[in-house]
Ligand binder design. Structure first.
Ligand code: LAC
Ligand code: ZN
Length: 454
């Protein structure tokens, strides 16, 4: 059967559907650099049965459906297919329950992470995954791309907290995967096949999350260094002390330069060519201060700023959060990547990208989650006419990443913008097996069709 949007829209009568100008303005892009695409309609799901109805009709009428959360994704996974519709979860944003004794929270996919944090904190519990966009991003998107964040170093990524999900398959069938207990190995682990599948295997309509006790103390510090090498070496020395920070975030020289005009009161003097945010958490403040002093002695920073209160801590993290926008201001445009390198290859990789940038007359900045090797390498440029050249530069960089034993995405996913690199990373045999798996779950080719694979 041919695609039939009119047939699909007829089947949506009674649901919350918008078309027209609002669709054009709010729903044609995400936070990637992918070209915008206007969906033919946006269906706002209010209930699980709405979601089942959308997928059933989409299968019947062969209309591609792209799941959409808060639209903060970085690689185009929430951009509609041509002649496709968006299925928005922004109105399915309830926190359904928090069970203190079981240490679980049950939430709908549209819940904004900030609201989830507030609700679990109120009862003394902790949900660790902390993507930089936590104030605006939604849980469903985090599940769809298995989002990480600074604290992934110590606490892991979203998938490690997903215990159970209500799941609607691309043909509209409903299944419940996983279990509410912290452990369990009965049957195949479909939960963790679906986490990170970017909408290509269906969607979550309810998510049960594992929570942890809230650490009693947190200390955050900013260390500056006179070179990239000494900052990266400092990270190694901190691990060698037997300290596992909650976060260990790197700024290279370009990143330091980009944020310096926009901040004061945080130690980044003219001599600083790199910086680290070192955040520790644990049982007692005294113990953390003692560990921080040992880190300072072992790594000998140029300057050290230790946040004395929550306000100063927020100031340090604000510098980190403002980084992406600050880098964009350098030249006006940028392509931001999300690679991971083995720890031993981080310095080599960053130096190679910088040297290649110099040769190509492009500013290359790297910042990000040094502790787990997940780096946001940004190629900054000034004119749209340069974009094809920058894209080729990025493609070469990705080949370099793969040859260094790394991966092309640590936490943002593949979406549209990294499809070209997946085959290289997985190899032909695995790529085909993954595609067959997608086809098994979505024989009608509708569930975020066109994403992840080409
Ligand atoms: C960050 C986003 C880009 O870490 O993942 O800032
Ligand atoms: Zn990140």
């Amino acid at each position: 059967m041919q695609r039939n949007v009119a047939g699909f829209l007829n089947a949506m009568v009674g649901l919350d559907v918008v078309t027209g100008q609002e669709v054009a303005e709010r729903f044609e892009r995400d936070e990637s650099h992918c070209p915008p695409q206007r969906p033919v309609a946006v269906v706002f799901a209010h209930t699980e049965s709405d979601v089942m109805r959308v997928f059933q009709a989409a299968s019947d009428w062969k209309v591609p459906v792209t799941p959409s959360g808060a639209r903060t994704g970085k690689c185009g996974a929430a951009i509609a297919a041509k002649d496709g519709v968006l299925l928005s979860f922004e109105k399915m944003n309830a926190i359904l329950s928090i069970d203190v004794e079981d240490m679980t929270a049950t939430a709908q996919p549209g819940v904004v992470l900030k609201d989830l944090y507030a609700a679990v904190e109120k009862v003394g519990l902790f949900y660790p995954p902390d993507p930089n966009s936590w104030e605006t991003c939604s849980l469903g998107g985090n599940v769809a791309c298995n989002a990480g964040g600074p604290s992934a170093l110590k606490y892991g990524v979203t998938g490690q907290y997903v215990l159970q999900m209500n799941w609607v398959l691309p043909d509209g069938r409903f299944i419940r995967v996983g279990r509410r207990t912290f452990k369990g190995v009965a049957g195949y682990d479909l939960t963790h096949l679906f986490v990170g599948s970017e909408g290509t295997l269906g969607v979550a309509t309810e998510i049960v999350l594992k929570l942890l006790p809230t650490p009693r103390a947190v200390r955050t510090a900013l260390f500056s260094f006179s070179s990239l090498r000494s900052a990266i070496e400092a990270g190694r020395q901190i691990f060698a002390l037997g300290v596992l920070p909650r976060a260990l975030e790197l700024f290279d020289d370009v990143a330091v330069r980009a944020v310096r005009p926009h901040i004061d009161a945080v130690g980044l003097s003219a001599g600083a060519q790199a910086a680290l945010i070192v955040e520790l958490d644990g049982g007692s403040d005294d113990a953390l201060l003692d560990e921080l002093s040992r880190c300072v002695r072992a790594t000998d920073p140029l300057e050290t700023t230790v946040a004395g209160d929550q306000g100063q801590r927020a100031k340090i993290w604000n510098v980190r959060q403002s980084l992406s926008a600050a880098l964009r201001r350098l030249h006006g445009l940028k392509i931001s990547e999300d690679i991971v390198l083995p720890r031993s290859k981080v310095l080599t990789g960053i130096e190679r990208f910088k040297a290649a940038g110099l040769a190509a007359d492009l500013t290359v900045a790297t910042y990000g989650h040094l502790g787990d090797g997940n780096l946001h390498t940004n190629v900054c440029f000034a004119s749209e006419t340069d974009r094809p050249r920058v894209e080729s530069f990025v493609a070469r960089m990705m080949e370099e990443v793969i040859s260094l034993g790394g991966t092309v995405s640590g936490e943002h996913g593949i979406g549209l913008s990294k499809r070209a690199f997946l085959l290289s990373e997985l190899g032909r045999a695995q790529y085909e097996v993954q595609r067959e798996l997608r086809d098994f779950f979505d024989p009608s080719q509708i569930s975020n069709w066109g994403k992840v694979f080409r």
